[in-house]
Design a protein around this ligand. Structure first.
Ligand code: MG
Length: 261
């Protein structure tokens, strides 16, 4: 079976025509191209307009590993619902939610970040971007030389060891990034399921578009219930994929014309 989405448009069309859908859009690598540093990712004017128009015809949730304030500011559309820190916080459309256990783990995460910063300085590792997102942390190595990457990853492994032994953190490796999250049994998938029980989302069909390992939790969560689409190479749990981020705009335009009929 061909799993390239633009060869299967008729199938998707049959699944969603005449139905109410809820659209879940990942941000980095889905709505915006992957960039060398996280602060350089911006939503294009065209993409912003499409997302804004989609908000008028269906529920739209922006799902990201970023901190909620950061993602809200980068998207800047008041009608969207925002899911930050890999699902640990949700805001928008009258909803406001934070996973309590994650808030409680903040002290441990702060301590870990201090240790990592210190180790990076002592090890003289250049190009590490250590992002403190309050409830989670992202340790980026996109800007690093190969030799430094190996040293950085081994340094991360040893710094994490005591926390993992105590079962405090959950680690997910993304695109040139190690994501450190509190081990609270909550992820993008759980946040998606929670949203699907809220007013306006209930009894709609979820369509989830994402590009990274962390989106697989969401793909799994909507299996059998909605449509899961990977951006770039096929990801486990997704039904179909696009060839790359450059095709997302085309897909959203197609969905918009289908849903506005
Ligand atoms: Mg992404």
């Amino acid at each position: 079976m061909n799993d390239y989405l633009f060869r299967r448009l008729d199938y998707i069309k049959n699944r969603i025509t005449g139905k109410r859908i809820s659209l879940f859009l990942d941000f980095d690598g889905t709505l915006t191209p992957i960039v060398s540093r996280p602060e350089k990712a911006f939503l294009s004017y065209q993409m912003k307009e499409i997302v804004r128009r989609l908000c008028n015809i269906c529920k739209v949730a922006i799902v990201s590993g970023r901190e909620i304030g950061d993602i809200k500011e980068r998207v800047g559309i008041p009608e969207c619902i925002y899911v930050g820190n890999h699902g640990l916080e949700v805001e928008g459309n009258g909803l406001s939610f934070k996973v309590e256990g994650a808030v409680e783990s903040r002290g441990e995460l702060e301590k870990f970040l201090r240790e990592i910063r210190e180790a990076v300085r002592e090890g003289n590792i250049r190009g590490a971007v250590l992002e403190d997102k309050k409830l989670t942390a992202s340790l980026h190595y996109r800007l690093m030389d190969k030799i430094d990457i190996e040293a950085f990853l081994s340094l991360i492994r040893s710094a994490l060891k005591p926390y993992l032994e105590k079962g405090l953190f959950r680690i997910v490796e993304g695109k040139k990034v190690v994501e450190v999250r509190p081990n609270v049994g909550w992820d993008k998938g759980k946040a998606g399921q929670w949203l699907m029980m809220q007013e306006g989302f209930k009894e709609s069909i979820p369509v989830y578009i994402g590009d990274d390992e962390t989106d697989r939790d969401a793909f799994r969560a909507i299996k059998g219930q909605g449509v899961s689409l990977a951006v770039g190479p096929m990801l486990e749990g997704a039904e179909f994929h696009l060839r790359g981020q450059g095709e997302v705009e085309k897909l959203l335009r197609w969905m918009m014309s289908l849903l506005s009929k």
